[in-house]
Design a protein around this ligand. Structure first.
Ligand SMILES: Cc1cc2nc3c(=O)[nH]c(=O)nc-3n(C[C@H](O)[C@H](O)[C@H](O)COP(=O)(O)OP(=O)(O)OC[C@H]3O[C@@H](n4cnc5c(N)ncnc54)[C@H](O)[C@@H]3O)c2cc1C
Length: 511
């Protein structure tokens, strides 16, 4: 905060530096690797800033944004309630007009990241709640801003609001991040302001959520990078066994010279680079929704960001878990005990496929909303762009790699077309393949972006770095991309087997 890092991408009008999100994401990547728990503190504030920028009144922006941008105050997102997790529409927190333009909120929220702490002077809670006349479901949800300390007219901090942390969860990982149960309105009601129009809370929250979903995907990349760097260092200093082609007289080898250890390191790093590219490309699209020259380009960028966000979130966060697990494996027994610190990365990574919409929910979003965008045109435009993007590599010495990626793109296109048809004829059958389709999409698009990086790497990077990049891309094409065929098969398997058992027969499995 003292060095101004949280303000990187915020608007200069409110004390920010006005830099692109793509750059902010790269900086956040490093902060996440340093400590996923700690980096969450300012990350949530950025989401609140985005929501206020898009939906706050000028007065609200002036009152809250400068201190959120600077990091003097921090933000939270309050969606989840005991009965309303993935199904946000089931939330019951109430907001009653107080008569003076404010609202009094009553309800309990659970799992609220950084709901309470003393790292900042004030905490600005963005809370989803229902007005008295609200229709049921998501169309009846409104967004409120509830400060921990009320703000006086001169901007100074006033009395403590009627919002309290009832408890901090004990959890698998993220041990430095307080996950709080929050009680709003145990007394006369927590004072809040309406953000955006009544009943438009979900739309407003989606501004935060697109940002946050991409950021959670990035968390997967960052934690995988941390696990990779640690495992690599260990592999270069731990001696065990004799490599099969070790020079005569060498009785034990560094484990980095065993084929299986190299395989694990290559899986980690090649997937990290593929997922990182996917996240950064999504951030560029989000930037273009604001900064592209004309309306048509801005709309195309929005469609691209919409399409890629669930993949960036889910595929990258799964890679975080996989890489953190492989990091432990490379350490052997030393990875499983706490002393090396390798286990912490797996514990920290494990939340990323869960929060900000589980990866199952991301897959449904991709299948039901993103694949059919503009009658499938957004998807086919992306397929065409990838095919065209192969041309340069196809003319180079690396043409066989481009050919393999081209076949995988065809596979993705075929699978996407079949699922769109299935979505119309038999939606449950399409949904049964949603998770595998999302992974197929990630594997193929990630491979495409890795490949696109080769020629610039050869032209611009020092020789060693360029060779490493080439090795990663070749490994990915040879050993990761072949999964595309299997994933397409699974994505098209349909729902017959999944639903051949009744609910009772399912629950009888232990018998
Ligand atoms: C450490 C931590 C921090 C968090 N931070 C915040 C925060 O700051 N703010 C906040 O509001 N929330 C936060 N959460 C809550 C988090 O976003 C939810 O836990 C998450 O959205 C899942 O909801 P749930 O836990 O109720 O799981 P459920 O919704 O009960 O899901 C259980 C399983 O069922 C699946 N499922 C559910 N519905 C469907 C469906 N329709 N179709 C297919 N599968 C389905 C899910 O994918 C999942 O596998 C946090 C949670 C944790 C653990």
């Amino acid at each position: 905060v003292e060095s101004g890092w949280p303000a990187l991408t915020a608007s200069p009008q409110f004390g920010g530096q006005g830099l692109p999100h793509a750059l902010g994401l790269a900086v956040q990547d490093m902060a996440n690797s340093a400590s996923l728990s700690f980096s969450l503190v300012t990350l949530l504030s950025q989401g609140a800033v985005e929501a206020l920028k898009a939906h706050g009144t000028p007065a609200q922006q002036l009152r809250y944004m400068p201190k959120l941008v600077s990091g003097e105050w921090t933000g939270t997102m309050n969606l989840t309630e005991p009965q309303a997790g993935s199904d946000v529409g089931a939330l019951t927190t109430r907001a009653v007009p107080a008569g003076d333009g404010h609202y009094r909120l009553h309800g309990t929220k659970i799992f609220i990241t950084c709901g309470e702490h003393e790292l900042s002077e004030n905490i600005i809670h963005l809370v989803l709640a229902r007005l008295p006349d609200a229709p049921a479901g998501t169309s009846g949800i409104s967004l409120f801003l509830v400060p921990k300390y009320l703000i006086n007219h001169d901007g100074s901090l006033g009395a403590r609001n009627d919002v309290r942390c009832l408890g901090v969860e004990k959890k698998l990982g993220l041990h430095a991040s307080p996950t709080c149960v929050m009680a709003y309105g145990e007394g006369e009601g927590a004072l809040g302001e309406l953000i955006s129009a009544p009943h438009r809370g979900m739309a407003a929250m989606f501004t935060m959520m697109n940002h946050a979903r991409l950021q959670v995907g990035l968390q997967g990349v960052s934690i995988a990078e941390r696990a990779f760097q640690q495992a690599l260092a260990y592999a270069g200093e731990r001696r065990q066994g004799r490599a099969i082609d070790a020079p005569a007289g060498e009785t034990s080898s560094f484990i980095v010279n065993h084929a299986d250890v190299r395989r694990m390191l290559f899986v980690m790093k090649s997937k990290i680079e593929a997922a990182r590219a996917l996240c950064y490309v999504t951030a560029v699209a989000l930037d273009q929704t604001h900064f592209a020259a004309d309306e048509k380009s801005r709309a195309a960028a929005q469609a691209r960001a919409d399409l890629l966000t669930p993949i960036a979130k889910a595929w990258s966060s799964d890679i975080g878990v996989e890489a953190a697990s492989l990091g432990i494996q490379i350490h052997g027994g030393a990875g499983y005990i706490e002393e090396t610190g390798a286990a912490q990365h797996l514990r920290d990574a494990r939340i990323t496929p869960i929060y900000e919409g589980t990866n199952g929910i991301q897959a449904i979003d991709l299948m039901m909303r993103k694949l059919p965008l503009r009658n499938g045109e957004v998807f086919s435009a992306f397929i065409e762009e990838m095919k065209e993007g192969l041309a340069e590599v196809s003319r180079s010495a690396h043409a066989p790699l481009a050919a393999a990626v081209g076949r995988a793109i065809d596979n993705l296109a075929m699978c996407g077309a079949m699922l769109q048809k299935r979505l119309r004829d038999s939606p449950r059958s399409a949904l049964a393949g949603a998770g595998d389709f999302l992974n197929l999409f990630g594997v193929v698009a990630g491979g495409y972006y890795l490949l696109r990086g080769i020629l610039p790497a050869i032209d611009h990077l020092p020789e060693g770095a360029a060779r490493r990049r080439l090795a990663l891309t070749r490994f990915y094409v040879e050993s990761v991309l072949p999964q595309a065929v299997a994933l397409a098969g699974a994505a098209l398997a349909g729902d017959e087997t999944l639903f051949m058992l009744s609910t009772q027969e399912m629950l009888d499995f232990p018998n």
